[in-house]
Design a protein around this ligand. Structure first.
Ligand SMILES: [Cu+2]
Length: 645
């Protein structure tokens, strides 16, 4: 081939080309900063969310240490306020949501037979904006006077009720960081939500009709729709709060005719769908695990899908159940009481479907399955206490007590976090080619289950005995001493379980047993490709003919209706050591074009914390941050998406 002289390039474009070249070597840190590969972005999401999980966990341990005995004064009232605000904000926005995003990123393209998401750079932008928001929020700790032990973190609760969120009651900059940090997280979630809707609707492999999609993909779709409708509601509320706090507006200030209840309406109109944004991905994960480890198809697939969609719609009509005691009147309370009872129906449908899948299955109690069953059991307890809140008269008694704290931890920890651990054990082999240690997994499961129940079950008791939420200490003659002692012991047991998980993760990453590509005898497409997943995912885009397509490639029903392997000995025995390598899958595939790495999403994301810091401290930073965002977006738009030929 004749070589042509390269066209003359400006120094800037040469520098960019050099930087891009560095990013193409996947062993460098540059390649992580510029990656647009959904698998790497998934790993980044997962690792970041786990680090925030440790931070939120340490905050919880400090809270529980303060409450272990009555009249304790280890951290004091002010730090207590800040720590429970950060604990709640962290666990909701920086742990469960991004950990779910990690699974969306890692799994959705593999489950639908695609090579990447629809908008890989938007995906990178989501991640970096999330990270910027998370770091920005936590940076608020350092805005106090740390030398005198004064934390600067937000202190208005994760729900930030007005008028307590106004500077009169929460002076300092903590709540400014909170409002602006959450605003960034909203941008990140919106970008991710749109990306996954388009990915799921447009990028499915041929033959993958909507009703052949794995349930996890369905739940991702419903969650993404909830995200794009719910995040703008809290964005508006946060803008108004920022105007109130920084520019003397009066949206929520009753003295100037503002309305503090407006905040609660907007917060919970976002906040209740948010509950399902947190839990539906978990439902999706266990809907993949339970059939695989029961060796049966999911019982009542259409019911699981439609109940998920129904939950998505109904979640918009229940927010007042957070506000019964605000005086909206009996009509409003009754109507929302009814709608709240009704939303328990599709949730119950799902629980019966999971039980129906277990029923008569040949169940293998491996670590992923243990966590999935644990999810069903713990979530059901939380669901039942939720139904007791839906009853207006009983809610009047429970409002603002530890009974509520017990309830939502059963839902969000017992439900979401258990399922996320199950998902990690389930899909770890797909990305590492190694199994996590099952014995350590079982130990972690039981420690977590015991620690979790020891922490949160007693809160039902302390709550019914009248212990209010958010108090930093209590008198010794209230009858709450035993329950608080138990809760604190439980919290440290959870910490031990998390340590076991970390040990397991690290040693399995290094020395885990080789898994082969299909260690669980799986049903869905991801198990048909090599482990670790090659960067192009599928050497050939699969043609899908069934729900659970990969299962149908391995098994069929004979005349008597028995499930038999299609070719004798072809089925991979569960947990068998890996057979021959799929050498043909590991060849270089020069004809597959994947999007090139780009630094521009990161550059655009870096502008946001600068703008936010500028709004709080010095307006001069605002144009600097805005310029960075614009440069990032401009470069992103002008840079070719794939390597020039
Ligand atoms: Cu709710």
């Amino acid at each position: 081939m004749a070589t042509l002289a390269p066209p003359r390039r400006s120094p800037l474009s040469q520098a960019l080309a050099g930087a891009r070249h560095m990013a193409e070597d996947t062993s460098t840190i540059w390649s992580w900063l510029a990656t647009v590969d959904h698998k790497r972005i998934g790993v980044l999401y997962g690792v970041s969310a786990f680090i925030f999980f440790l931070a939120g966990g340490i905050e919880a341990l400090l809270l529980r240490t303060q409450l272990v005995v009555p009249e304790n004064d280890i951290i004091g009232a002010d730090a207590f306020n800040r720590l429970f605000t950060m604990h709640g904000t962290t666990m909701v926005f920086l742990v469960v949501m991004p950990m779910s995003s990690a699974f969306f990123n890692l799994m959705v393209p593999l489950l639908i037979g695609a090579r990447d998401v629809a908008f890989p750079r938007l995906n990178a932008f989501s991640y970096w904006t999330f990270l910027a928001g998370g770091i920005f929020l936590n940076a608020s700790f350092f805005t106090g006077d740390l030398f005198s032990g004064e934390l600067g973190a937000p202190d208005g609760g994760w729900f930030g009720y007005a008028p307590l969120n106004l500077p009169e009651f929460t002076p300092g900059h903590g709540m400014d960081f909170w409002a602006l940090g959450l605003q960034m997280l909203g941008v990140a979630s919106l970008a991710g939500g749109f990306n996954f809707i388009v990915t799921i609707l447009n990028m499915r492999a041929p033959g993958m009709t909507l009703f052949r999609m794995p349930v996890f993909v369905w739940m991702t779709l419903v969650t993404s729709f909830l995200i794009i409708f719910a995040m703008p509601v809290i964005s508006v509320a946060l803008f108004e709060l920022t105007f109130d706090r920084l520019f003397d507006a009066n949206f929520f200030n009753p003295d100037a005719g503002g309305n503090p209840l407006l905040w609660q309406h907007m917060f919970w109109l976002f906040g209740h769908p948010e509950v399902y944004i947190l839990i539906l991905p978990a439902f999706g994960i266990i809907s993949e695990i339970i059939p695989t480890f029961s060796r049966k198809p999911l019982f009542g697939y259409p019911f699981v899908v439609f109940s998920g969609i129904a939950i998505g719609f109904m979640s918009w009509g229940v927010w007042v159940h957070h506000m019964y005691t605000t005086g909206l009147g009996t009509i409003a309370n009754s109507a929302f009481g009814v709608s709240t009872v009704l939303i328990a129906v599709p949730t119950g449908v799902k629980i019966f479907n999971w039980l129906g899948t277990l029923w008569g299955g040949s169940i293998r109690l491996r670590a992923p399955m243990m966590f999935a069953i644990g999810t069903v059991a713990m979530f059901t307890i939380g669901g039942l206490s939720g139904v007791t809140h839906s009853m207006v008269p009983s809610d009047y008694q429970q409002q603002d007590t530890y009974y509520v704290v017990a309830h939502f931890h059963y839902v969000l920890f017992g439900g979401a976090v258990f399922a996320l651990f199950g998902g990690i054990y389930y899909w770890f082999p797909k990305f590492t080619g190694k199994l996590m240690d099952d014995m350590l997994g079982q130990i972690q499961f039981w420690l977590l289950l015991i620690g979790f129940n020891l922490t949160f079950f007693p809160m039902h008791m302390s709550g019914l005995l009248g212990m209010p939420r958010r108090i930093y200490t209590y008198d010794s003659d209230m009858g709450w001493n035993l329950w608080n002692m138990l809760s604190t012991i439980g919290a440290f047991t959870i910490a031990v379980a998390v340590l076991v998980f970390m040990v397991n993760f690290v040693i399995s990453l290094r020395n885990g047993k080789a898994s082969g590509k299909d260690p669980w005898d799986g049903r869905t497409l991801e198990w048909s490709i090599p482990a670790p997943v090659p960067h192009y995912n599928f050497a050939q885009i699969p043609q899908v003919r069934h729900r659970d397509d990969f299962w149908h490639q391995k098994y069929q029903e004979d005349e008597e209706g028995n499930v038999v392997p299609i070719v004798a000995g072809a089925a991979i025995a569960p947990d068998a050591p890996p057979g021959g390598h799929d050498d043909h899958d590991e060849e270089e595939h020069h004809d597959i074009h994947l999007p090139s790495p780009s630094y521009f999403p990161l550059i655009a994301s870096l502008g946001f914390p600068l703008i936010a810091t500028g709004l709080i401290y010095d307006y001069a930073l605002v144009p600097v941050g805005a310029t960075l965002v614009l440069v990032g977006l401009f470069g992103w738009a002008m840079e070719p998406a794939t390597e020039e030929e």
